[in-house]
Ligand binder design. Structure first.
Ligand code: HGY
Ligand code: MN
Ligand code: MN
Ligand code: MN
Length: 399
């Protein structure tokens, strides 16, 4: 089955109709149905499937062994996300394995497809949670204590998804088995459109992280409280949203986004007692990301003081700049007909793994350049070109 046909199935199974929009959530609803769909598809292609203690799904062609060639991505999405971010890599992996088996190819090294858990951090707030646990870049205790907006702990969700909260965390044996990792992903930008090419190889990932700015004031009545008597945390939060853009603009190629602003308790006729503002900050150089956040924190503290409010800034996740293995990158570019190498502003499981295993990424052209929104797109022909390119890479690496 082609990559584009498998994508259509994922879209069908994963679209979370209960929530109306297009969201593939983690560990429940669409996610559980997607986990079952992937397991069925992998088994139908002769792969052995198991869930690791961190709820990542592994499908093996051959006995799990050292120096395996591993590919894969994720199936969860951001709220209201697109249909390609994550699923394209999983669909291409299934299609690539199917096409290799159809030609009678006998790999001399094990091949595996992995579906990482909670890549978007859409439920528990930490992106790439499955690959961070696997690689030990987040501890079991820190992960298990994470709570979703309904107060469900990650430990509970992990158990429900077949993971093992008591033994979650760094999985040395699993890491040792990975000889090379390659993740195919829809491009989140217009680089390939401008270059008029279907496939590219990733060169680097911006340094990026998430910080929660909690402005604390005095909850009060919207009508009975005179302006002079207010300590309204919404004001410093609003000023900080504007300052985020200004501060980022002062740093070369930096990005700062406030996509989530949550007043508590959130009543129309209530002055909030706290307002949480989440900052997503990214820049090519790690120190630029860090100084952007430090400058904004300072300004936000002044805004809070002006309104008699307090501010607490918490770092929720951070990844330094990732430079993919240059030898692997160049080899892939050459083998894919002199494909271009592109930097990306999006984080990926491949970026998390790259600190410990030879990791790489392939990008597929996205005509809209939009991602993390329903307009994200890749043409069926380019999706299938990505699947064939991935099959070639797996064949060469596992021969
Ligand atoms: O947020 C990101 O960069 C990725 O899509 N998880
Ligand atoms: Mn994403
Ligand atoms: Mn992704
Ligand atoms: Mn990813």
């Amino acid at each position: 089955m082609s990559t584009s046909a498998l994508l259509a199935q994922i879209d069908q199974v994963g679209r979370d109709r209960r929530r109306g929009g297009y969201s593939r959530h983690v560990f429940d609803g669409g996610e559980r149905e997607l986990r079952e769909w992937f397991t069925e598809q992998a088994r139908a292609r002769g792969l052995d499937v198991h869930t690791d203690r961190n709820a990542n799904l592994w499908a093996w062609w051959g006995e799990p062994g050292d120096q395996a060639i591993v590919t894969g991505s994720h199936l969860d999405s951001v709220p209201g996300g697109g249909a390609f971010d994550g699923p394209l890599g999983v669909a291409a992996a299934l299609s690539a394995v199917e096409s290799l088996r159809a030609t009678g190819f006998q790999p001399r090294r094990p091949i595996a497809i992995v579906v990482f858990a909670e890549e978007e951090g859409g439920r528990f707030g930490v992106p790439c949670l499955g690959s961070r646990l696997l690689s030990g870049t987040i501890t079991r205790d820190a992960a298990n204590a994470l709570r979703d907006p309904d107060g469900v702990t990650f430990a509970e969700a992990l158990r429900g998804a077949g993971g093992d909260p008591e033994h979650a965390g760094a999985d040395e044996a699993a890491l040792r088995r990975i000889g090379r990792f390659v993740e195919l992903h829809v491009e989140q930008g217009r680089g390939l459109v401008d270059l008029d090419r279907p496939v590219a190889v990733a060169s680097s990932i911006l340094a990026h992280g998430r910080w929660r700015f909690r402005f604390r004031g005095q909850g009060n009545h919207a009508g009975a409280t005179l302006l002079a008597d207010r300590r309204d945390p919404m004001l410093p939060a609003a000023r900080a949203v504007l300052a985020a853009r200004e501060t980022a603009a002062a740093h070369d190629q930096a990005r700062a986004t406030v996509g989530r602003l949550v007043p508590n308790p959130g009543g129309t006729n209530v002055i909030a007692s706290t307002v949480d503002m989440w900052l997503d900050a990214r820049a090519p150089a790690a120190d630029a990301t860090r100084s952007l956040v430090a400058e904004l924190s300072e300004r936000a503290a002044e805004f809070a003081h002006d309104e008699g409010c307090e501010l607490e800034v918490t770092e929720e996740s951070y990844s330094g700049t990732v430079h993919f293995d240059p030898a692997l990158r160049d080899e892939l570019c050459a083998s894919l007909g002199d494909a271009p190498a592109l930097a990306t502003g999006a984080g990926h499981d491949a970026g998390v793994l790259s600190a410990q295993v030879p990791a790489s990424m392939l990008f597929v052209r996205n005509p809209t350049g939009i991602s993390h929104a329903p307009d994200e797109h890749a043409e069926p022909g380019d999706c299938d070109a990505g699947g064939s390119a991935l099959a070639d890479v797996l064949r060469r690496w596992a021969a």
